[in-house]
Design a protein around this ligand. Structure first.
Ligand SMILES: C[S@@+](CC[C@H](N)C(=O)[O-])C[C@H]1O[C@@H](n2cnc3c(N)ncnc32)[C@H](O)[C@@H]1O
Length: 231
């Protein structure tokens, strides 16, 4: 993108935040406290957080699963959206990120673990346990799965996301698929990384879901997410 279009996307994002999002102390604190505690600035933007949380409202989601908590910024959005109706379960591999997230969630008046449970561990270690708990009937399946962790495992998380979902009508959202495709050379000019998994092609060939990718611009770089509905 040219620097002029980057400037324009920032101005528009600020305008959107001013009129449609406003200032929420808990969310603002999550950003500033995470930065102060040394976490990377890779949380979703305010508009993305609101968009994802609105999707859970549209679908009346009760149980939300997030893979990749960081400082809990997106987690707070989901917790607010399902408050009084459901619960958020979020998986995070870094103990420091988990601790900061819990601090941020509590500062945002979110009850931990009653409203949000942050499970410490690598996604691929925790997810099979969730599958087993759902199969045993000791955990409810998920209505909405938000994948925002390590990119090379996006497809593995997607596959688990379908398995832990309630089935028909459940939504699976993978963030950053466009940047992942561009950086691994699946599309675009970069030399293709031979190990790169083509999440978009795999979702398109997967009879369990109907999916689309939306490209995004905003205060962050050009990117995009994959949204799938379980059939
Ligand atoms: C992009 S950040 C998540 C941002 C967060 N969802 C938000 O928008 O506020 C990615 C997070 O995934 C975590 N992560 C990376 N690899 C992981 C793994 N294998 N299992 C679980 N979490 C992982 C990182 O430690 C980091 O906190």
């Amino acid at each position: 993108m040219s620097s002029k279009s980057t400037d324009q996307t920032k101005v528009v994002d600020a305008y959107i935040k001013k009129h449609l999002i406003g200032v929420d102390e808990g969310l603002e604190h999550a950003y500033t406290n995470s930065t102060e505690k040394g976490l990377p600035m890779i949380a979703v933007s305010p508009a993305q957080g609101k968009f994802a949380s609105l999707l859970t409202t549209i679908g009346s989601a009760r149980n939300v699963l997030e893979i990749g908590t960081l400082g809990g910024y997106s987690t707070i959005w989901f917790a607010k959206a399902v408050k009084g109706r459901g619960k958020v379960t979020s998986i995070e591999v870094s103990p420091h990120h988990r601790d900061v997230a819990i601090e941020n969630l509590r500062a945002a008046d979110v009850q931990v673990p009653e409203e949000v449970d942050v499970l410490l561990g690598a996604g691929l270690d925790v997810l099979p346990k969730l599958v087993a708990e759902i199969e045993k009937g000791v955990r409810e399946p998920f209505d909405f799965v938000f994948i925002d962790a390590d990119w090379p495992n996006q497809w593995n998380y997607f596959d688990f996301g379908v398995k832990v979902s309630k089935g028909q009508g459940a939504v699976i959202y993978i963030d950053n698929v466009v940047q992942n495709m561009l950086e691994s050379g699946i599309v675009g000019e970069k030399h293709r990384d031979g190990d790169a998994v083509d999440v978009v092609a795999k979702a398109g060939a997967d009879d369990r879901v109907d999916a689309v990718v939306m490209q995004t611009v905003g205060s962050k770089t050009h990117d995009g997410f994959l949204l799938a509905v379980v059939k």
